[in-house]
Design a protein around this ligand. Structure first.
Ligand code: SER
Length: 320
C-alpha cells in the first residue's frame, strides 16, 4: 500500500514545491496539501486540499482519519525575522504544531514525520566555519530557541516512544516559484525578483555577510531522500546538518551581474543583520553525506543561471 502524505504548511515557500514533487512521486490523490488559508491555485486543483491550523490537533487527527494518512510533513512555522516581532505566537506555532504531530505518531495514527530544523539552532558562540553536527547550540533568536527545543522533542519521542521522526537543519532556501516570508535569508530570493523587475536591489544585510544557502531543488531532494531512506540509516534523531553553498550578498550580486550587466545593489542593514551575525558561515554536513548518501547538485553559478532562465521563461525580460 502506498503512503498517504499530509503536508501541513503546504502554501509556504518550501511547501509549494515539496507538495508538487511528492504528488509526482506518490500520486496526486495520495498527497493532502493543507494550510491555514487557501493556497496556490495549481496546488489546490492538482489534488486534495484542506484548511488546517497546525496548532489544532483535533482537526489534524480528523484529516488523518479521513484520508488514512501515514506520513506528515510539518512545514508550518514562523521564521526568524517575524518570530522576533511575535515571540509568543512563534513559540506557540512552532512548538504546539510539532507536539501535536509527535503525539499523533506516539498514538500510532501516523507512521512517519518530517520536521525541519534550521541553521538558526546555532548562536554567537558556535564555531562559524564548517559548523560541526555536534557543537554549541545557544541561539539568540526566538526562532532558534524553538528549533533547538523542537530537535530535542523529536529525539525524546524517538527514544521514548519509538516515533520515526526525521529532520534537517535547513540553510537559507532559495527559490523562484515561491517566495519566503519573514526570514533572514530571504534577501537571496528577493534579489532575483528585484534584479529582474527593477535592475536594482537594496539589501537588508551587509555586503560581506556570509551565510549557508541551498537551491530549492536540492532542499526538496534532500527532504525526500531522508524520508525514503531505510530507518537504520537515520542515525541522528535530533536533526542533520545540511549544506550546499555559502555566499555573501556581494558574491551573489556579482553572479547576477554576469547575466544582467546593469544590475545594481546597495546595502542598508536592518535588525536582520543582528540575526545573521549570530549564524554560521558554512556547515559541515558530512554525517548526512555518510549516513544516507546526501549530495547537492547546485552551486552558486548553476543556481543563478537556472533561476534567471526560469524567471525569463516565465515572462520577465532579460537577455541571458
Ligand atoms: N531561512 C530561515 C530564516 O531566515 C532560517 O532557517 O529564518
Amino acid at each position: 500500500m502506498s503512503d498517504v502524505i499530509l503536508v501541513l504548511g503546504a502554501s509556504g515557500q518550501i511547501g509549494i514545491e515539496l507538495t508538487k514533487e511528492l504528488r509526482i512521486l506518490y500520486g496526486n490523490k495520495n498527497v493532502i496539501a493543507s494550510d491555514i488559508r487557501k493556497g496556490d491555485q495549481k496546488m489546490m486543483a492538482s489534488g486534495p486540499f484542506e484548511i488546517i491550523d497546525a496548532t489544532d490537533k483535533e482537526t489534524i487527527l480528523a484529516i488523518i482519519k479521513k484520508y488514512n494518512v501515514t506520513q506528515v510533513y510539518l512545514l508550518a512555522a514562523m521564521l526568524s525575522a517575524t518570530a522576533e516581532q511575535h515571540p509568543q505566537k512563534a513559540w506557540d506555532l512552532n512548538i504546539t504544531s510539532l507536539l501535536n504531530v509527535l503525539d499523533l505518531a506516539k498514538d500510532k495514527y501516523i507512521k512517519q514525520i518530517y520536521w525541519p530544523s534550521s541553521i538558526a539552532v546555532f548562536g554567537p558562540k558556535t564555531p562559524k566555519e564548517n559548523t560541526p553536527q555536534n557543537t554549541i547550540m545557544q541561539p539568540s533568536t526566538v526562532y532558534g530557541i524553538s528549533k533547538v527545543a523542537g530537535e530535542f522533542w523529536c529525539n525524546y519521542y524517538h527514544e521514548k516512544f519509538g516515533v520515526d521522526v526525521r529532520s534537517l537543519r535547513y540553510p537559507g532556501i532559495i527559490s523562484w516559484k515561491s517566495k519566503p516570508g519573514g526570514g533572514t535569508t530571504d534577501y537571496a530570493v528577493d534579489i532575483f525578483f528585484n534584479a529582474m523587475e527593477k535592475g536594482f536591489y537594496q539589501c537588508f544585510l551587509s555586503e560581506n555577510t556570509r551565510l549557508p544557502m541551498m537551491y530549492m531543488n536540492d532542499a526538496v531532494k534532500a527532504t525526500i531522500q531522508l524520508m525514503q531512506t531505510d530507518k537504520e540509516n537515520v542515525k541522528n534523531r535530533t536533526s542533520y546538518n545540511l549544506a550546499a553553498i555559502s555566499f555573501t550578498p556581494k558574491e551573489i550580486a556579482l553572479e547576477i551581474k554576469k547575466h544582467i550587466k546593469d544590475f545594481k545593489i546597495s546595502y542598508q542593514p536592518d535588525f536582520r543583520q543582528q540575526i545573521a551575525d549570530t549564524w554560521p558561515e558554512s556547515i559541515d554536513d558530512s554525517e548526512a553525506r555518510a549516513d544516507w548518501n546526501w549530495k547537492h547538485n547546485f552551486d552558486l553559478t548553476s543556481m543563478t543561471r537556472d533561476i534567471l532562465k526560469n524567471l525569463k521563461i516565465n515572462n520577465l525580460k532579460i537577455s541571458l
